[in-house]
Design a protein around this ligand. Structure first.
Ligand code: F6R
Length: 617
């Protein structure tokens, strides 16, 4: 969604804000803006520009504002088209108060009418603008006696919906007021300076010491300290925490895009996910242990319910195969936005696994809260320590993939899968479904996965060349059976979101039940084949497609010859145990999506209409 930031300290605010917005741009990039308290003069300098952040940077290079307090915003439009006027910050009629906001004010229409009846003239079509006018209204109502903090507190009581916001006023040149509800907000504590941001990478260049603002809390940031308050304005003591990620892991590190970097980081990310959970006994036997799940009583679960969105949902679908196959425990998987509205049945003994890279996805959080209300135990699988999901769930498993900044999720997905493989294996062992020797064999197979992922990446040029030949296909269909079907779904999502190619996934056996009507000579069919017992069936499905003019690609085990005659091209992946094949087979598909996007001239890190972290419904 949108990214917000703020700075108060001894340095010039403009470059600090621009640097932070650069790190937040993945959250939205249709316009950006800053408000800086000018020195001398004490007036608010506000500049906003439609388009990418460079447009704003250009404006600020031409007339650099001087001032050490400011707020900034990068936008993903919800209300009102991308334009200079709709870009944040929004200001009150006097131009003394400025607001940046991430989230949606659901009751903005009646609030706007209420304000218009009090002679407020609106300058934008956004929901956010009501906030700044409300703050101004309450500020004037008590003649400024309760200060800008008091005015913000009163304004917040009128708002329905979600917000992370920051407010500055030229009448209070020593502070920034911030607040959050259902949208993330982190305060960075520096030496003689303090910052705020929607996400940690925006703070890392300045500090690793942070305060996480909780639901409905407010904060006042001064140059030398920051105070946290509850919604009634009472002070709260909040212990600072340390972010473990380093600034370097949030940089491109020589890669053309974050997405390519993150795809290539998978061997390391998978190793980081795996290592802390593997224990080796003196006799060399391996064991799996999640310290963070002590007391979670996983083995007592009667049923597992997994909810998530998008790519994380695909990881959840694969989780079903893993838990049902390895631990023989029934699993239900639901898209979080469906789960929250379908009045789901829950039973005592249900264990919920909620998966989210960001830990901030609005639908996923709502599903988790519903599960908790129904009395379920919730395990969060997330990549962001300190995220709302991590803090509200009963137990949190950190996927440890490191910061993922490209909009299209890659290493977070494989790390989620690695966690699910480990959990399913340990549950299978605890429930007596996997015996000693088999357990050791499977764990050792997982141990080899990071290196095997590296072997695939070492051959990425093959995928690049293939993409150069096929990037302009008008349709790409991915198909497979069982887990390969779920990998197909993830592959199709990846390709459509960054290359804008029409792409779908089919259970290979379903092709002839309808989708084959779409196959024509402009179609590329990519089949995943890692379920050895079903190879003959996949060959038949490929022939059904190629007989109608489609080109066929197969992704299968190293050395497998079953598809040589039927397919136009075969990509090989190193052999692993069948349940773990998605950890490897998805990598060529991620690369294919990336290189198709680049061939088409798209920016894979910032695909159109999308944003990382969907914090609104
Ligand atoms: C696709 C993608 C999205 C996210 C989805 C859930 O590449 O990134 O589909 O997977 O928006 O996000 P998280 O995992 O942050 O809850």
């Amino acid at each position: 969604m949108c990214g917000i930031t703020g700075y108060i300290g001894g340095r010039q605010a403009a470059p600090v804000l621009l640097g932070a917005l650069e790190k937040l741009e993945y959250r939205g990039y249709d316009s950006a803006g800053v408000a800086i308290l000018e020195e001398p003069g004490g007036r608010l300098f506000v500049r906003k520009a439609e388009g990418r952040l460079q447009a704003l940077a250009g404006l600020l290079a031409r007339e650099t504002p001087r001032g050490a307090l400011g707020i900034g915003h990068t936008r993903w439009a919800t209300h009102g088209e991308p334009s200079d006027d709709n870009a944040h910050p929004h200001t009150d009629l006097s131009g003394k108060i400025a607001v940046v906001h991430n989230g949606i004010i659901e009751n903005y229409a009646p609030l706007k009418e209420w304000l218009q009846a009090r002679n407020v003239v609106f300058k934008s079509d956004t929901d956010t603008e009501v906030i700044v006018h409300l703050v101004d209204y309450y500020h004037r109502e008590d003649a400024g006696r309760s200060g800008i903090f008091g005015a913000v507190k009163k304004a917040l009581r009128r708002l329905e919906g979600s917000y992370a916001l920051a407010v500055i006023s030229s009448d209070f040149p020593d502070r920034i007021i911030a607040a959050r509800k259902d949208s993330p907000l982190i305060i960075g504590l520096g030496q003689g300076e303090n910052l705020l941001a929607s996400d940690a990478p925006a703070l890392l260049a300045h500090t690793k010491t942070v305060l996480y603002l909780e639901e409905r809390e407010l904060a006042a940031l001064y140059r030398d300290h920051a105070d946290v308050f509850n919604e009634d304005g009472e002070r709260i003591i909040r212990r600072p925490e340390t972010i473990e990620w380093d600034n370097e892991s949030a940089e491109k590190g020589g890669f053309a895009h974050f997405m390519l970097k993150e795809i290539n980081e998978q061997p390391r990310a998978l190793g980081n996910t795996l290592r802390p959970r593997l224990k080796q006994a003196a006799d060399g036997a391996l064991d799996i242990h999640f310290d963070e799940l002590a007391g979670a009583a996983l083995a007592e679960a009667k049923r597992i319910v997994i909810t998530a969105c998008g790519t994380a949902y695909h990881a959840g679908l694969l989780g079903k195969f893993l838990f049902e196959g390895l631990a023989r425990i029934p699993v239900e998987v639901d898209i979080a936005s469906e789960y929250r509205y379908r009045n789901p049945l829950s039973a005592p003994g249900d264990l919920f696994i909620v998966i989210s890279q960001s830990g901030e996805t609005a639908d996923t959080l709502a599903a988790m809260r519903l599960a908790k209300k129904a009395g379920g135990r919730v395990i969060a699988l997330t990549n962001v320590i300190g995220s709302t999901l991590a803090r509200e769930a009963d137990f949190t498993v950190n996927t440890l993939a490191g910061p993922e900044l490209a909009v299209a999720s890659t290493k977070a997905f494989t790390s989620q899968l690695m966690c699910l493989c480990l959990l399913a294996l340990s549950l299978g062992r605890d429930r007596g479904r996997i015996k000693g020797g088999e357990f050791q064999r499977l764990v050792r197979a997982l141990q080899r996965i990071p290196d095997q992922a590296g072997d695939i990446l070492a051959k990425q040029e093959t995928v690049q060349k293939f993409a150069a030949r096929h990037f302009n296909k008008n349709k790409v269909f991915f198909m497979g059976r069982q887990a390969d079907y779920c990998v197909s779904m993830e592959s199709a999502l990846k390709l459509k979101e960054i290359s804008y190619t029409h792409s779908e996934a089919f259970a290979a056996g379903e092709l002839k039940h309808g989708p084959i009507a779409l196959v024509d000579p402009g179609t590329l069919v990519a089949a995943f084949a890692t379920q050895d017992a079903l190879f003959d069936k996949i060959v038949s499905n490929i022939r059904e497609a190629t007989a109608r003019g489609a080109k066929a690609l197969v992704i299968t085990w190293e050395g497998e010859r079953a598809f040589n005659a039927a397919a136009d091209e075969v990509f090989f992946i190193p052999k692993t145990e069948t349940p773990f094949s998605p950890l490897l087979s998805i990598i060529p598909a991620q690369l294919f999506a990336y290189y198709c996007a680049v061939q088409k001239g798209n920016d894979p890190d910032k695909p159109r209409n999308l944003a990382k972290s969907v914090t609104v419904e």
